[in-house]
Design a protein. Sequence first.
Length: 342
Amino acid sequence: MNRIIDLRSDTVTRPTDAMRKAMAEAEVGDDVFLEDPTAIRLEQRVASMLGFESALFMPTGVMANEVAIRLWTRPGDEVLCDAHSHVVDYELSGMAALSGVVPRTVSTSRGHVTAADIASSLRPRSYYRSEITLLVLENTHNLAGGTVASASEMKASIDGAHAIGLKVHIDGARLWNAAVALGCAPADLVRGADSAMVTLSKGLCAPVGSILCASREAIERARRVRKQFGGGMRQIGHLAAAGLVAVDTMVARLAEDHEKARRIAGIAAEVAGARVIAPETNILFVYFDAPIAPSLSDRLEKIGVRVSVMGNETLRFVSHRDVSIEDCETAGRALVEASKAN
């Protein structure tokens, strides 16, 4: 194999030529002084796409999630979320370290916290118990295998949370993938939520950046929190310019990535002792009946295929723009051959 087929994550995507050109030619200003016109255009564009009043550029999705948690909680509160959500597994206990709150987790089959889950998580109020004040939903759900929650499922959870006084934040790092898979507008999946985050640097191929959307008043508070967290940047228009190209030109093509994941799944199903669940978007988990995932990953790496080890019995493949259909089929066949060595 003459080239590396990198399927570890869609974060390995590189900016397109159009993005590089836009970055080089971007009109910029000092964003801390609220004077970067390109950043303002991107924020307005994404807020409109998601149906919110306002938005704020963030350097990372983690910062966007943690800023939102700070907005909607007080120290000592609890945050309701799926047991394997990103805010639990991949943000270094940020909610505890930065906002003084802890997660109250529920185990779900597909990563989506339902209205029934919300109701069953409540305890009688008492002065000696902490209270849940925020629900975090993740769509698509990374560790559930890129699973999608429909607009009706999202609405039921959002309404259920609001009915008992909870705020709702949506971790939509791959919300674009969910919308494409469902054939709906991104706004349909976040309607009624108090805030939502979307990422530009995964399948959309921008080099960096996420956007936090909320009401105008909430975003003004978020700007202060972002500054406190070290996210007050200067001429961010160079980054925002790539983001504008991303949201305007890269969303529709995500369907290609979903097809690539299905191609890998179809071939990976030939592996003896493997369990392959048909991917809903661009994330594929392959589960093995023995602890062979690390050794399989090592064998694949030696022949130019990179994947993520998600446990001794699990590999993750994530398709994206920088790998072709042929690359994905090659990776699937390589997995079949590597598995025969066990």
